[in-house]
Design a binder for this molecule. Sequence first.
Ligand code: SAM
Length: 252
Amino acid sequence: MILEAIQYAATSVVTPKPFRPYIRSSVNLWARAGRCARDWTPHEAHCQDFIRETVLGMRERRTAVVLGSGLLRDVPTAFLSRTFDTVVLVDLVHLASVRLWLSAKRFGNVRLISRDLSGLDAARAGLEVEPLGFLRQVPYLDLVISANILSQIGVGATRRLEAETSGDAAAIVPKLIAAHLDGLAALPCTVALLTDTRYTVSDRAGTVLEEADLLHGIAAPPAARSWSWPVAPFGEDSRAHQIMHEVIAFRR
Ligand SMILES: C[S@@+](CC[C@H](N)C(=O)[O-])C[C@H]1O[C@@H](n2cnc3c(N)ncnc32)[C@H](O)[C@@H]1O
């Protein structure tokens, strides 16, 4: 709890004001990732391996952009920094501990951007939803990695719409998910998509108690690889239940 409070306070100081409301959720993710580190290692290794393999197949390696860079657990940051001229990390929040680690490593070519990648504000205003349109301004863009952010766009937008009672989540959230996938599909560079697509809650006998489509009915592109990620192993949210997410990796 004390470490979380320090992380929260230190991150508030370095986070632009509009993004401060999201710090709590990043700190919660950081705390959960610490508690579940052993169970999350295979998932993180699969993600990092997939990104490395994607890069090794590329000829030009000028600028790489990571969408949903967050805690940098499933992103091989040192490898990307070594391999590309410039690496741009985009997320609502980059925690103070992540910023400290990046400075300690002296990754001089790594830039951080705070940005809402959901497109929710445009969707609510009835405007065209083009959350990845800003990538057109990035010079020498050779790689975009969507790093386990897609399902979280849906989770965050649903939470905001419900809290603010300001829109029909069932209609808006699928549009946001589709807009992210359409944005990736339109990019004129290499793309790696890592995303969880569904989850199941099950008990110790293996009985599935609940399951849901994290992409809200929008079809993901065909998986080059897939695996399970125990987001909440037994004992994390409950001694009796575990929450398992299905993850896919796609490249183009
Ligand atoms: C499951 S985490 C992915 C973690 C990260 N790839 C890593 O290596 O640790 C999802 C990330 O998406 C970010 N995120 C969620 N909604 C977002 C949004 N609308 N715009 C930008 N980032 C968002 C969260 O802040 C979080 O860091």
